[in-house]
Design a protein around this ligand. Structure first.
Ligand SMILES: *Cc1c(COP(=O)(O)O)cnc(C)c1O
Length: 222
């Protein structure tokens, strides 16, 4: 069933859009089923769970961390994580740099942009993002590579609003790329879209969709 779900989602993706299978709260057997069906990119949002699954799953998996990350937990994933999606402060960026250096690695990250009309979402506002990039401390972080932006739309049924928010992030992505990353080919990823809105997201410039429940079913929180 997981294999079929995966196929169904994959069949709807535009060329150049990659699928991150969001496996948080699902058991290793579910991840293994997706792996056996060919999936190699997995997203987790809790550090302990990510580390535990990485230890037992095949080693050719690309592990993405998609949740809110506390600086004191970066060290646990630094040895293996492929992409950290939701960097929302310079402090976090510096800590990732420090831990990457310790592991002798270059870690790719995305900067999280806050556009949703909800108080609780993390991330830089568009203004804060540009300002942070202007200040330029990030340029000293030689062991992290800023590979693009990540955003979540408002949790709403209003598709026009979702489209507008994704559009705004896409414009910001283009602006920031031109202004700060024109000579950085690695700045190319736009992580937008989940089960409920990935179809809209990929129409508005997403290159990485983070899909969980459509593949694995509903999560059981405990
Ligand atoms: C859980 C989660 C997803 C996946 O959500 P689904 O609705 O199950 O597809 C995507 N992005 C982030 C940041 C998440 O925490």
């Amino acid at each position: 069933m997981i294999g079929d779900n995966l196929q169904k989602v994959s069949d709807t993706l535009l060329p150049n859009v990659r699928l991150v299978a969001v496996s948080k709260f699902h058991p290793v057997a579910a991840l293994q089923a997706a792996y056996d069906a060919g999936q190699r990119v997995f997203g987790e949002s809790h550090v302990q769970e990510l580390v535990a699954k990485q230890e037992v799953m095949p080693k050719d998996i690309e592990w993405h961390f998609i949740g809110h990350l506390q600086t004191n937990k970066v060290k646990y994933m630094a040895p293996f994580v492929s992409l950290i999606h939701a960097v929302d402060s310079v402090k976090l960026l510096k800590e990732i740099d420090k831990q990457a250096q310790k592991c002798n690695r270059l870690i790719d990250v995305l900067l999280q942009v806050h556009v949703a009309k909800e108080e609780t979402k993390f991330g830089f506002s568009p203004d804060e993002l540009v300002q942070m990039l202007e200040v330029g401390e990030w340029k000293l972080c030689g062991s992290v590579r800023i590979a693009g932006l990540m955003a979540m739309a408002t949790n709403t049924d209003n598709e026009a609003q979702i489209a507008e928010e994704f559009d705004m992030v896409h414009s910001l992505f283009c602006h920031v790329k031109e202004r700060f990353f024109a000579d950085a080919p690695e700045f190319k990823e736009l992580s937008m879209g989940m089960s409920s809105d990935y179809q809209i997201a990929q129409q508005h410039g997403s290159t990485l969709v983070r899909v969980g429940s459509l593949i694995f079913g509903e999560r059981e929180y405990h």
